[in-house]
Design a binder for this molecule. Structure first.
Ligand code: HEC
Length: 194
């Protein structure tokens, strides 16, 4: 009996070991930011353009910013530029909470709003005015094997499908160089940073 148990134990060990080795080598092929799951959330048309996702009002807020334009013009408190609001699609957020990683088909949205100075004299500061533009960052190592991501821009309130911006464009450069987690700006998002 003891021998039988021993054989079974050895077999189980070999199977588990084999699975672990297979998973490890898969992880090696995909690189450090390997993603285990594919959420299948992003929808594309037959030209590969990303459809603007529905229900983004229910997405989880990651963070907000002020005056973070993509240019070198110094910040001016009188005219602070746009307010930005970063969100993550809920199933991607759930996966992130469980694993600390982004699944394939993670959708991240950045919406820019014009700043609106509060019109009542007793109230100071700025609030969100008109929607200026929306940007989407998709992480997907299967669909975009080269950079494992793609970027899309939706000017104003447009819902027209958007083509992916070319690999190597400024979006890729800045995100890959400065984003703390897998090309995303985790360092600016209290929801997942803290
Ligand atoms: C000069 C640097 C820079 C460039 C270029 C840039 N971004 Fe970003 N991006 C940021 C920063 C910083 C944030 C953090 C949020 C904020 O600033 O409000 C961000 C956040 C985002 C987010 C939210 C999710 C995430 O990845 O953190 C999206 C979506 C996004 N950018 C899309 C784009 C697109 C599309 C382009 C190209 C048209 C682009 N970005 C170009 C700096 C950049």
């Amino acid at each position: 009996m003891a021998i039988r148990k021993g054989i079974l134990g050895a077999a189980a060990f070999a199977i588990i070991g084999g699975v672990l080795i297979a998973q490890f080598s898969q992880g090696q092929q995909r690189g450090a930011s390997s993603r285990g799951a594919h959420l299948g959330v992003a929808q594309y048309d037959d030209q590969g353009r990303l459809l603007f996702p529905e229900g983004t009002d229910r997405w989880i807020t990651l963070g907000a910013g002020l005056g973070g334009e993509y240019n070198d013009v110094p910040f001016d408190a009188e005219h602070p530029g746009n307010l930005s609001h970063a969100q993550i699609e809920p199933s991607a957020y759930d996966y992130f909470l469980q694993t600390g990683q982004y699944a394939d088909s993670t959708l991240l949205l950045l919406s820019f709003y014009e700043t609106l100075e509060k019109p009542e004299p007793a109230l100071q500061g700025f609030v969100q005015g008109a929607l200026a533009t929306r940007e989407i960052h998709v992480l997907d190592s299967q669909r975009f094997p080269e950079e494992r991501r793609a970027f899309f821009v939706y000017p104003g309130g447009t819902l027209e499908p958007a083509a992916a911006l070319p690999v190597g464009s400024a979006c890729f450069e800045c995100h890959i160089e400065h984003g703390d987690l897998d090309g995303t700006f985790l360092q600016f998002y209290p929801t997942i940073r803290d």
